[in-house]
Design a protein around this ligand. Structure first.
Ligand SMILES: [Fe+2]
Length: 286
C-alpha cells in the first residue's frame, strides 16, 4: 500500500481487512459505502473546510437532547428518503398493503375503543367515518386483528405536543369483528410542519426545502399468523401530497366522500357536513 494515489486509495481502503471473512454482510455494505463516499468526494472536489463542516454536522445530528433523546439521525434518514427507500425495497412483489414510516409519535398504550367509537375531541374538525376490512392476500377476512391508529387533529397537532388535547386524543386500539371489519369516527387530519430548529432544519432551509408533512393517519396492524404492518394513509387532495418532506406518499390514498344532504346528516346524527371513506388493509402470512 505504498505510494497511494487518487486512483488507488479507494481500493486500498476496501482491501484493508479480511475481505468479509469475519462479517460478509457488513463488508458488503462497507465496501459499497466507501466506493460511493469516495465518488462524492471526487465528484464535488470536496475541500478541507467543507469536510470539517460535514464532520460538525454529523456531530450535531448525533447529539442527544432532552427534546430529541435519540438525536436527529432518525430524522435525517427520513429527510434523505433513505427510510422510505428501505421500505420500498422491502415491499417489492408484496401483495399486502404497503408499509410506511412509523414516525416518532407512536405510543403503545392508546385507549381501547369499541367498533364505531369516535377517537378524539375536536370542535373545529370535519367528522370522518372511516371503515373497512382487514384481509389476507387471498381476500379472506382476518377476525380479531388489532388495529392501532393515531393521527393529528384538524390543526395538525398530536395530543402529546398539544396541552389543549386530552391524553390519548385521536389515538385508539380496535379489534376487527368476525368478518374482519373495523369502523370508527374521527376528524379529517391536517398536515403539519415537522420540528426544524435543529441541524437538519438548518440544512433544509439552506437547500430551500420545506418541512411539511401531507395530511395522514398512522396505523399499526397485527394478527396471529400474519406479518405486522405499520403504515400511513394519506388524504386525497391534501396540500403537500406531491412534496411530503419525508417522501412517504405512495399509493395509500384515502378518497373522502362528502355528505351534506339533510337525509345523510340525519342518518348519522350530524349537524354539519361530514365525510366517509373506506380502506381495506391486506396482511401477509408469516
Ligand atoms: Fe404523523
Amino acid at each position: 500500500m505504498k505510494a497511494i494515489t487518487i486512483d488507488t486509495i479507494t481500493q486500498a481502503v476496501i482491501n484493508h481487512g479480511d475481505g468479509g471473512k469475519t462479517h460478509p454482510r457488513l463488508y458488503e455494505i462497507y465496501t459499497s459505502l466507501v466506493k460511493h463516499l469516495h465518488a462524492v468526494v471526487r465528484e464535488v472536489n470536496l475541500t478541507q473546510p467543507e469536510l470539517q463542516e460535514g464532520r460538525d454536522f454529523i456531530n450535531r445530528v448525533s447529539r442527544h437532547t432532552q427534546l430529541i433523546p435519540d438525536g436527529e439521525i432518525h430524522a435525517l434518514t427520513d429527510l434523505l428518503g433513505i427510510s422510505e427507500l428501505v421500505l420500498l425495497l422491502q415491499d417489492i412483489n408484496s401483495h399486502a398493503t404497503e408499509s410506511n414510516l412509523e414516525g416518532p409519535l407512536y405510543v403503545s398504550d392508546a385507549p381501547e375503543r369499541q367498533m364505531g367509537d369516535r377517537i378524539g375531541i375536536d370542535q373545529d374538525g370535519e367528522t370522518l367515518f372511516l371503515s373497512g376490512r382487514v384481509l389476507d392476500v387471498n381476500g379472506k377476512a382476518i377476525a380479531n386483528a388489532l388495529i392501532e391508529v393515531w393521527q393529528p387533529n384538524s390543526k395538525g397537532l398530536y395530543d402529546i405536543f398539544d396541552p389543549s388535547q386530552p391524553v390519548g386524543n385521536f389515538r385508539g386500539q380496535f379489534r376487527t369483528d368476525q368478518g374482519g371489519n373495523y369502523r370508527f369516527e374521527t376528524v379529517v387530519p391536517s398536515g403539519y410542519d415537522v420540528p426544524a430548529d435543529g441541524p437538519c432544519g438548518e440544512v433544509l432551509r439552506l437547500l430551500g426545502r420545506h418541512t411539511w408533512r401531507a395530511a395522514h393517519i398512522h396505523f399499526k396492524l397485527s394478527a396471529t399468523g400474519y406479518m405486522p404492518l405499520t403504515t400511513q394513509i394519506f388524504i386525497e387532495g391534501a396540500p403537500q401530497l406531491d412534496s411530503d418532506t419525508t417522501f412517504a406518499v405512495r399509493s395509500n390514498i384515502l378518497k373522502l366522500q362528502k355528505h351534506k344532504s339533510l337525509p345523510e346528516l340525519e342518518a348519522q346524527d350530524q349537524s354539519k357536513p361530514f365525510y366517509s371513506a373506506q380502506f381495506d388493509f391486506v396482511l401477509k402470512h408469516e
